[in-house]
Design a protein around this ligand. Structure first.
Ligand SMILES: N[C@@H](CCC(=O)N[C@@H](CS)C(=O)NCC(=O)O)C(=O)O
Length: 223
């Protein structure tokens, strides 16, 4: 592991969490620096072409962005690899990681919905995605079967947040998606996942939502 790594982060960001899970799973030494995304420092806007976190600073000078790319890099420099070797399986995994990004955005829109109708619309889209994902999963324990991979790291933040939301303000019955439910349980039993957010994550997320207006923030401000 030759390179000093620093992850520029926001404590509630699910995309950052994907990278933290990968770094932890691979036991890669890294530093973390949190920024306030609502007023990002000038140095961050300099280094981040998209203005989004996560950014991985490598060796003090190269700034990688996009969680899926960061995760592949982290995986590549910490063998053995978490990526399938078969090119088609690898490409298929990348496609599902991208699908997971869309699912994270649906979830964020549910949390931030302005009205009840907005929430219902975003929930309908999220549930269609979950149905699709349920149909893709096999007998587990992981997305590809026996071996943990970057797809698992990519979906854990989404599934962790639904678990939290459903526990307080049920959005859907988890038993409707038995394979996703079993997958979430496997993921939430991993140290790499449980330690990927601050211990007071539910309170932090609640505080963040309590500072916003709308039906979604109101509903999820007591997680
Ligand atoms: N596709 C990006 C998405 C990252 C993303 O949307 N990050 C959010 C926080 S969770 C962000 O930085 N938003 C700030 C902005 O859009 O200005 C990835 O996978 O890294």
């Amino acid at each position: 592991m030759p390179m000093p790594l620093k992850l520029i982060s926001f404590d509630l960001c699910p995309f950052v969490q994907r990278s933290i899970i990968t770094l932890r799973y691979k036991q890669a030494p890294y530093e973390i620096e949190y920024i306030d995304l609502e007023s990002p420092p000038a140095w961050f806007l300099e280094i981040s072409p998209t203005g989004k976190v996560p950014v991985l600073e490598v060796d003090g000078n190269t700034h990688l962005f996009e969680s899926a790319v960061i995760n592949e890099y982290v995986d590549d420099i910490t063998p053995p690899s978490l990526k399938p070797t078969d090119p088609l399986t690898l490409a298929f995994n990348r496609a599902w990681i991208e699908f997971g990004s869309g699912a994270i955005i649906d979830q964020y829109r549910i949390m931030m919905a302005e009205t009840e109708q907005d929430m219902e619309d975003h929930l309908a889209s999220a549930l269609a995605g979950l149905r699709r994902l349920e149909g893709q999963l096999g007998d587990g324990p992981w997305f590809n079967g026996a071996d943990f991979s970057l797809v698992d790291a990519a979906f854990a933040p989404l599934l962790m947040r639904y678990r939290l939301m459903n526990a307080r303000e049920p959005l859907f019955e988890e038993d409707e998606f038995p394979r996703i439910k079993a997958w979430a349980e496997q993921l939430l039993a991993l140290d790499a996942v449980t330690g990927s957010v601050p211990a007071d994550f539910p309170e932090r997320l609640s505080r963040y939502l309590a500072g916003k207006d709308g039906y979604g923030p109101e509903r999820f401000s007591h997680l």
